[in-house]
Write a protein that binds this ligand. Structure first.
Ligand code: SER
Length: 626
């Protein structure tokens, strides 16, 4: 192996440290105080406030390796490049350096001997070709040329390719991307503009020049500062650097392959895809649970449940041996022990949560399979028995074919999309499972019909979680800022009324409410709820000043600052303090990126709407300000 994952992480961080960057830890996969997405989907996501102008405790240059979850392309998972969990290496300028340094350093890291030492002949670069929003990026192209990149290896591409934004609104700008020609025995083509679609050019790095903020009405407004956001996908870069054609062939998956004991050499392509899905989904699930999410039917919990159930179904179709899940989770933990110690530290709980979901699903899986058999019998004269899943070898030589009926006969339109949706609703069968099972009995199901049913259902649940996609850190409306400060006061009041065992486990703020999860193992009494409301409203009425300080972590801890339970903080932290200047009483002191109001008097009237269980030992409050 030419380079290991840990070497790549360390090299990257050290390179940017040598260029004056502060190394900061990965943020949680669960976005803190941001309701615009369910998971951290890119390195830039937790850093949005700093791209918008807030001061980062680590200064104006930081570098990190950020854990990310992207489920948008979940159907592609299992091909050579798509993953739901991945790590992103990044370097950041918050209004400090811009195009010239960003490009020079990218070039230096890629080509210099001490770092990646990649030959220039196998590299190519793309820059933004320009439109009404921003000009053709001759500046970026000129910088690449000044470093020795031939003109022919620079492509000018439109917004679809060379413009970056996370979602629909927020900081954005043109980017320049770096491509590496994989080692397949052929030399890299000279002209990149004409060949950039060739899959052998693999994009390994993206330098985004964030100069604009896109508003909800689609308008771009220049940001107060010019930023740099770069992202290099670790798995993908590792694969190409080591001459591997798939991200699933890297060392990050090698121990997992050993556990499932399937020989890729003799597997069909479909079996390989299923096995890759198992590996990807279990790895992602371990990281998601480590960051505090549990399977449920809503939001993040639902995504996690879907990943786990899909992996379990695939595991069953592959007939993986007993206890494969335990062994696989153990290998995920072992693979990441150095880079992410909490994956091991919290493994007992993680394994418990995932195995409980497996137990639960196994039961419905059995029932669902029986129901499926019934449906099949009703719809056709073809019987089916799924009491034992077929072995991969049986799938290859489909026994039903041997009967001479199914292979020759055209597919039977038997099961309806509605049947598939009912199986999904009642037994948690993902569409894919029903489809795969149906295919094994020679049936096809109408996906459009299933999707229509699904859409109806989604619309209902979307209405329920509509707030999820509004607001968020990218739009710091005045209302959201008031909610932020109200949440700090509520945290302080809960500790005052219930005791110091109360720790924040998570929060989620929209324009309509604040949602706050905290450690406490009993239902709050109406009296306690009333006392919390009174305390918060009293602090609001006293119009207390809210002050921000940037302090070394140790000092902040000594001052009694509190944060999110189990969260990791950088060496320099920003701390918000709410105190009474008349009595010098400290009401609240929390690690927080902000933003907050300057005086509590502007918050409004605080009211708790709901107090309920969130998970074992964790309560959840929904509160509003009027
Ligand atoms: N935000 C960009 C990306 O995710 C660069 O980090 O690709």
């Amino acid at each position: 192996m030419k380079i290991t994952a840990q070497e790549l992480r360390v090299k990257y961080l050290n390179f940017f440290k040598s260029k004056g960057h502060t190394i900061i830890p990965s943020a949680s996969l669960v976005p803190e105080n941001d309701s615009s997405v369910l998971f951290t989907t890119a390195g830039m996501h937790p850093l949005v406030p700093y791209l918008l102008g807030q001061q980062h405790p680590g200064g104006r240059r930081v570098t990190n390796v950020q854990k990310c979850i992207r489920t948008g392309d979940i159907d592609e998972v299992g091909d050579d490049t798509h993953l739901t969990f991945f790590e992103m290496l990044g370097n950041w300028s918050f209004g400090d350096y811009f195009k010239e340094d960003a490009i020079k350093w990218s070039f230096g890291f890629l080509t210099s001997k001490e770092y990646l030492n990649l030959p220039l002949e196998r590299l190519a670069f793309s820059v933004f070709s320009g439109d009404n929003d921003a000009p053709r990026d001759e500046e970026a192209a000129g910088i690449w040329r000044s470093l020795g990149v031939p003109e022919s290896r620079i492509a000018y591409l439109p917004k679809d390719d060379n413009w970056w934004i996370a979602g629909n609104t927020g900081p954005c700008g043109p980017d320049t991307e770096m491509f590496y020609w994989i080692d397949d025995g052929t030399p890299a083509p000279e002209n990149f503009q004409d060949t950039h679609h060739d899959k052998r050019w693999v994009e390994i790095w993206n330098d985004v020049f964030m100069q604009f903020e896109k508003q909800a009405d689609g308008k771009l407004i220049p940001l107060k500062q010019q930023n740099v956001d770069t992202g290099m996908g670790l798995d993908r870069t590792l694969a190409v650097l080591n001459g591997q054609s798939s991200v699933y062939d890297t060392e990050l998956f090698s121990e997992m392959w050993e556990v499932i004991e399937l020989d890729q050499q003799i597997m069909t392509n479909d079996e390989v895809r299923k096995a890759r899905i198992v590996l990807d989904h279990i790895r992602a699930a371990v990281f998601i649970v480590t960051d505090g999410v549990e399977p449920s039917n809503k939001d993040r919990g639902y995504v996690l449940r879907r990943l786990l159930r899909r992996a379990m179904v695939m595991g069953r179709l592959l007939n993986l041996k007993h206890h494969w899940l335990e062994s696989l989770m153990g290998k995920v933990a072992a693979t990441y022990v150095q880079a992410y110690p909490p994956v091991v530290e919290k493994s007992e709980n993680t394994f418990k949560v995932i195995l409980a979901e497996q137990q639960k699903f196994e039961k419905t899986l059995e029932k669902g399979l029986k129901e499926f058999e019934k449906l099949i019998k009703n719809h056709s004269d073809v019987g089916a028995s799924f009491s034992r899943p077929p072995y991969p070898s049986e799938q290859r030589h489909n026994p039903l074919d041997e009967a001479g009926r199914l292979k020759a006969a055209p597919a039977i339109m038997g099961l309806t999309g509605k049947d598939a949706f009912d199986l999904y609703q009642t037994y948690g069968f993902p569409w894919e499972l029903t489809k795969e099972l149906a295919e094994q009995t020679g049936q096809q199901i109408d996906k459009t019909e299933f999707e229509e049913e699904f859409k109806k259902h989604q619309e209902l649940s979307r209405t329920a979680s509509a707030g999820q996609f509004k607001g968020g850190l990218a739009s710091h409306s005045e209302k959201i800022v008031r909610y932020h400060t109200a949440t700090h006061l509520m945290n302080a009041a809960l500790r005052k009324v219930l005791g110091d065992h109360v720790w924040q486990k998570g929060s989620n703020i929209t324009e309509e409410r604040t949602r706050f999860d905290f450690t406490h193992d009993k239902k709050m009494t109406p009296e306690e709820i009333y006392q919390v409301e009174v305390a918060v409203n009293d602090w609001i009425a006293r119009d207390l000043p809210v002050k921000k300080d940037i302090l070394p972590l140790e000092e902040a801890r000594k001052l009694g600052a509190i944060g999110v339970f189990g969260a990791k903080y950088p060496d320099q932290v920003s701390v918000y303090t709410i105190s009474d200047p008349k009595t010098s009483e400290i009401i609240s002191r929390e690690f927080c990126g902000g933003p907050h109001v300057e005086h509590t008097g502007t918050i409004g009237k605080f009211k708790i709407q709901k107090e309920e269980a969130s998970s074992a030992g964790v309560r959840r409050i929904k509160a509003i300000i009027e």
